[in-house]
Write a protein that binds this ligand. Structure first.
Ligand code: SF4
Ligand code: SF4
Length: 217
């Protein structure tokens, strides 16, 4: 039995996020958003398979222990460029003020600096790892990482979609040749450039936001 509420949701009917003017200016943004769309389609397919088996998704808006607990969220350089752009140019008002504070004060053990009032403030450009982390059954308990406590409840993303997303993104790293892109994906070479969200210097992003604000007035 299909869950009608979820069928209507972005989980099962992903749309490609679009910023037409910015994408005209930034080719990398086209790549990133197209890659995220492929990732989201893969998640949608994987979820539909699990729903057919009777599994129920536990993740809901506002449920955010994962954003507070996880200590090793992988993020690739192009994703960082996307986060930096979105935070600097698109987030306004109250969230902008809070983000600047959180980014300035961020310490490794803190919740993700992009989490505001239990909601992801960078949702359209959240990293692939965040998109892919979906849990079935019960919602995570405080401090729980179900990847370690109940891996059978964690969605397994479909590899071909992840590979396709990397294929789209690799030109950003100067790898344009299609055969070379396939090779870098198949050998896992693409993962040598990954960083951990928790290890990054987010203070410099807060400074970039302030610099942007001083220019636009
Ligand atoms: S992964 Fe766990 S904490 Fe995060 S939204 Fe899903 S159920 Fe909630
Ligand atoms: S980027 Fe968003 S979804 Fe990912 S950990 Fe941070 S707040 Fe959570």
């Amino acid at each position: 039995m299909k869950d009608k509420k979820l069928i209507k949701s972005g989980y099962t009917n992903p749309i490609r996020v679009s910023f037409p003017d910015d994408e005209k200016r930034h080719k990398w943004l086209q790549m990133l958003l197209s890659a995220y769309y492929v990732i989201d389609k893969g998640i949608s397919e994987a979820l539909k398979e699990e729903f057919k088996k009777g599994k129920k998704l536990a993740c809901t808006k506002g449920c955010s222990y994962c954003c507070k607990t996880h200590e090793t969220i992988p993020v690739y350089p192009l994703e960082l460029v996307g986060l930096s752009w979105y935070v600097t140019e698109k987030i306004k008002g109250h969230n902008r003020d809070i983000l600047k504070k959180q980014l300035k004060m961020y310490k490794h053990s803190d919740p993700c600096p992009f989490l505001i009032d239990s909601i992801c403030s960078v949702h359209p450009v959240r990293p692939a790892a965040c998109r892919q982390f979906n849990v079935f059954g019960s919602q995570c308990k405080e401090g729980e990482d179900p990847y370690y406590t109940r891996r059978e409840d964690v969605l397994k993303p479909i590899k071909k979609y992840i590979d396709r997303a990397f294929f789209i993104m690799l030109p950003f790293y100067g790898i344009n040749d299609e055969n070379e892109r396939v090779r870098v994906i198949e050998t896992g070479g693409v993962h040598t450039i990954v960083k951990l969200l928790q290890d990054l210097n987010w203070k410099s992003l807060a400074e970039k936001m302030e610099e942007f604000d001083s220019k636009v007035g």
